[in-house]
Design a protein around this ligand. Structure first.
Ligand SMILES: [Zn+2]
Length: 132
């Protein structure tokens, strides 16, 4: 599978043959979404210049999100089996990676997990980068 990422605001730039996958807590598929606490916490943390006292650190976000994805795979295996069989997808979130100085968004983590999952299942996969 070809895996792209995209900011939701740029959806109109998405070629027709690439399936749009909204991975947000707000409007997306909750099987792919972080919790509200994580979303708001990491936002506060980054806004506070990554002050370890504030919000949810990026390392903690990564750990919590990995746990969510692992649980999601156990809870709904058919969904994940179907997801990795798709030919072209773009994982979408609201975050702008251009204005975000540390270039952090869970869509990049989800892409990593999917590439890993494809590798485990011996499904050819390609990291096609961000659609801009
Ligand atoms: Zn995001």
């Amino acid at each position: 599978m070809d895996i792209y990422t995209i900011q939701i605001a740029k959806r109109s730039k998405l070629p027709m043959d690439i399936e749009f996958i909204d991975a947000t807590r707000k409007s997306g598929d909750l099987r792919l979404a972080p919790t509200w606490n994580m979303v708001m916490g990491v936002k506060d943390h980054i806004a506070a210049h990554c002050n370890p006292e504030i919000g949810v650190s990026i390392a903690d976000f990564r750990r919590q999100y990995r746990d969510i994805i692992q649980q999601s795979i156990m809870d709904d295996r058919p969904f994940w089996e179907a997801l990795v069989q798709k030919e072209k997808i773009a994982i979408a979130c609201y975050c702008s990676l251009e204005t975000n100085k540390i270039k952090f968004c869970h869509r990049l983590l989800l892409k990593e997990y999917l590439l890993h999952l494809c590798h485990l299942k011996q499904i050819p996969s390609t990291d096609c980068g961000e659609i801009t």
